[in-house]
Design a binder for this molecule. Structure first.
Ligand code: MG
Length: 306
């Protein structure tokens, strides 16, 4: 479904709510001031001054307002920029896991799913890995691997700590997504995907800027969407494969250390990190954790009993 978001002034917000007054809906969601439905389009006015037009005639309705003032910004959400029938195309999808977790690797995966594979993936229950239990993910991963071509790349914490000072994490992720896609393209050649969808982690502009630094940059046919798994199952499958590698790495770390190594970057991570510091200092911690996270300093304070 197409959706358009524009930013408007307080004055325009008033005009918009007046204009759609007779089509107003009773329901209001959090952070919204006003909701109306007209012309098969839902118009939602947010407290932030953003107005979303969603539905069959979103563009037409938004166009009534998008030239209202110089401050108006027209922003099209990702779904609107994807070609029609996107979810049915032969596509490479890529995603990553572990970026927000203090412990464990950063894992990127690209999956190639042809039309013929999509219904099989759906039958397996492939969807956003965040909506699946670890057990479900682990059960699905081997089936996905048996069905579709994929390319996994893992950056261990040790490697991550070597690269990170020179590469910021966004640049690192661009390099990894590009490499996974490029290697997968080689694997499936002479077949070619109709499209490539990257689960969006930075603006397209940023991605393309960092891409220029890559030797073998894949520049087309690239598309970006946040919550990419909703637009193509290849992204969902990629996220499941990433997650399995990530979970296995945490399990392995837990076994080596003899205590449970948590996911995420909360206080439990600080406590476990402090324990590791007491055993083997920063050298040992660097084998398991992404040291530039704030958790490291917190763990040092805990470990040294200050
Ligand atoms: Mg993602």
């Amino acid at each position: 479904m197409s959706a358009i978001v524009i930013k408007v002034s307080t004055n325009e917000m008033k005009k918009i709510t007046q204009y759609y007054q007779s089509d107003r809906l009773a329901k209001t969601a959090p952070y919204t001031l006003f909701t109306a439905k007209k012309n098969q389009t839902t118009i939602t006015v947010y407290q932030s001054g953003k107005v979303m037009f969603q539905g069959a005639n979103a563009e037409k309705e938004a166009a009534l307002w998008s030239n209202a003032t110089a401050s108006t910004q027209k922003k099209t959400v990702a779904a609107n920029t994807l070609p029609a029938g996107f979810s049915e195309k032969n596509a490479i999808g890529s995603d990553e896991v572990g970026n927000g977790s203090y412990f464990g690797p950063l894992v990127v995966c690209a999956v190639y799913a042809e039309q013929g594979h999509l219904s099989r993936l759906k039958e397996m229950g492939v969807k956003d890995s965040k909506m699946l239990t670890d057990q479900q993910i682990r059960a699905m991963a081997p089936k996905i691997k048996a069905l579709v071509p994929f390319q996994l790349l893992t950056v261990t914490p040790e490697k991550y700590n070597q690269i990170q000072p020179a590469y910021n994490t966004v640049r690192m992720k661009v390099a990894l997504h590009n490499q996974a896609i490029r290697l997968l393209l080689e694997k499936i050649a002479p077949q070619k995907p109709e499209t490539i969808l990257i689960d969006q982690f930075t603006s397209e502009k940023n991605y393309r800027t960092y891409l220029k630094a890559e030797k073998h940059a894949v520049t087309a046919p690239l598309f970006f969407a946040t919550k990419g798994e909703q637009y193509h199952l290849s992204v969902a499958a990629a996220s499941i494969l990433c997650r399995t590698v990530f979970l296995d790495a945490l399990d392995k770390a837990s076994k080596e250390l003899g205590f449970k190594v948590p996911s995420g970057a909360g206080h439990p991570s600080d406590l476990v990190a402090a324990k590791i510091l007491q055993i083997g200092g920063e050298e040992l911690l660097g084998k398991y954790a992404k040291l530039h996270f704030a958790n490291t300093e917190k763990a040092k304070i805990i470990a040294h009993g200050k």
